[in-house]
Write a protein that binds this ligand. Structure first.
Ligand code: SF4
Length: 482
């Protein structure tokens, strides 16, 4: 692809490049934050830094170097092992060599993880038009780390493995933020953070040439890395710092659940290479991807958005409601299937000790279902027990006072009175949820908010839309005047 791009080594020697890195390091007191993804580019830039600084007298190596790796908690299992193994070695050999380098594995907060959003809140599987995952699982953890180091040191330099030859767009962004006359660029969103890209003039071939001719200083295995690329037939998901970074969806060592790509060729290639235990993972991913089909979307997603309102658009065949989150019933199915996959892989590959979803995520999903989806049945512990035959130390819930018996009773009364039972439940929860409001107007406001949500069935809403807005186009809240 980049055959027309000239090799960096036709213009510069490796010692020139090392010298530049030393100059940038010694030029000021700003600590370095190095993004490490385990992929070829970040491996190459960390390796360059290592060799460059190894020759500096230790007394001059005063600035800390924080090596950070973001783990989305849904990374392809083989990649996680590769990254964790290397991180361990980087920390250990850096200490042995007296380099001021420490490693930090960053993960999303429990409220930002893939499963909590997908299963807990019902966010639909990520799509190129709604890629909610990258921001929550990659950008936020890295940004928070960088901001904390800015707070501690005043300013920081972020080292990224970006290369101009990746794409025109990449080259353009790199030009745009460059500080004139400097090797540093401004960070696109974080003040007091600068970016240094030691690899910017490398071609893909240069990166491989460097990795395969110069041994890894932390005793990593660059040949294994090359083999991993070959078997995964893909690029990498670099450290993402903002949404201008190329999508991890198209060339990646990305998440095993990723539905931004139409087919997960990297997981398919790994399976073809003998990693057959991954088949249930691939099937789960495909099951998730199928929820994006228009037909299936209607089945699995609510006709109301998360705010409880209905939005619709005019399409050729009439109106189409813009779908909201996954229905609770479907989230239950997702959780069941996910736990089944986890059990199956644990049986087949016990040595991997695979954890696809953590107890902390299960607790949070349970909490969200109870509060937002009014799951009076308390389904999460029941599903967990049904699939695994085990229990978890589920946290005691102070607020949970109603159960299936109360729901059944309420349903009976509501049927007699012809009131939607979900409306009653929402009103009850709304009043229980607020922390003892003092003003009457506040209570009325909250009741009003519940009443404003859509409580009619999908068919009733569609009929009303057809009746009142036969010519409307675009997105309208159907509750207004329907
Ligand atoms: S690899 Fe896919 S699922 Fe993972 S963060 Fe990137 S776009 Fe989202």
């Amino acid at each position: 692809m980049n055959h027309h791009v000239e090799s960096v080594f036709s213009r510069r020697t490796l010692s020139d490049i090392y010298q530049e890195i030393r100059d940038v390091y010694l030029a000021n007191a700003m600590p370095w934050v190095v993004g490490y993804s385990g992929g070829k580019d970040s491996t190459a830039s960390l390796q360059l830094i290592w060799y460059a600084l190894r020759d500096v007298p230790r007394a001059q190596l005063r600035k800390p170097i924080y090596v950070i790796a973001t783990d989305t908690l849904v990374e392809t299992p083989l990649i996680v092992d590769h990254v964790n193994h290397n991180l361990g070695n980087i920390g250990r050999f850096a200490r042995e060599e007296g380099l001021p380098m420490t490693v930090h594995r960053l993960t999303p907060k429990v409220t930002d993880t893939f499963w909590v959003n997908l299963i807990g809140r019902g966010y639909p599987a990520p799509h190129s038009r709604f890629r909610w995952c990258t921001e929550r699982m990659k950008i936020r953890p890295a940004d928070e780390f960088i901001v904390s180091k800015v707070a501690q040191h005043g300013e920081v330099v972020l080292i990224l493995g970006q290369r101009r030859s990746e794409s025109q767009a990449r080259a353009q962004v790199m030009r745009e933020y460059r500080i004139t006359g400097s090797r540093l660029s401004r960070h696109s969103t974080l003040p007091k953070a600068y970016v240094y890209t030691p690899l910017e003039d490398f071609t893909t071939d240069d990166v491989w040439t460097y990795l395969l001719t110069v041994p890894s200083p932390w005793h990593g295995n660059n040949r294994d890395l090359a083999a991993l690329y070959r078997s995964a037939q893909s690029g990498e998901c670099p450290l993402i710092v903002d949404l201008s970074t190329p999508s991890c969806g198209n060339s990646r060592f990305g998440c095993w659940v990723c539905t931004v790509v139409e087919r997960d060729r990297s997981m398919e290639a790994l399976i073809d290479n003998g990693e057959e235990w991954m088949i249930p993972l691939l099937e789960f991913r495909d099951f998730l991807a199928a929820t994006q089909d228009p037909e299936r979307r209607r089945e699995v997603r609510d006709y109301r958005r998360r705010d409880g309102l209905v939005h619709f658009r005019k399409v050729q065949s009439g109106e189409d409601l813009i779908r909201g989150p996954y229905r609770l019933e479907f989230r239950k199915e997702l959780l069941t299937r996910l736990l089944q996959v986890q059990e199956q892989v644990r049986r087949e590959k016990p040595e991997l000790n695979l954890e696809l979803i953590s107890p902390a995520e299960l607790y949070e999903i349970r909490r969200l279902w109870r509060i937002e989806a009014h799951d009076w049945e308390d389904s999460v512990p029941a599903i967990y027990r049904a699939v695994t035959g085990r229990d978890l130390p589920w946290p005691q819930e102070d607020g949970a006072v109603f159960g299936p018996a109360e729901r059944a009773l309420l349903a009976q009364i509501c049927a007699e009175e012809d009131v939607p039972v979900e409306l009653l439940i929402a009103l009850i929860e709304q009043q229980r949820d607020q922390h003892l409001p003092t003003s009457r107007s506040r209570i009325v406001e909250r009741i009003d908010e519940v009443l404003r949500r859509e409580w009619r069935s999908e068919q009733e809403v569609l009929a009303a839309v057809e009746h009142y807005f036969p010519f409307v186009e675009g997105k309208v809240s159907a509750t207004k005047g329907v």
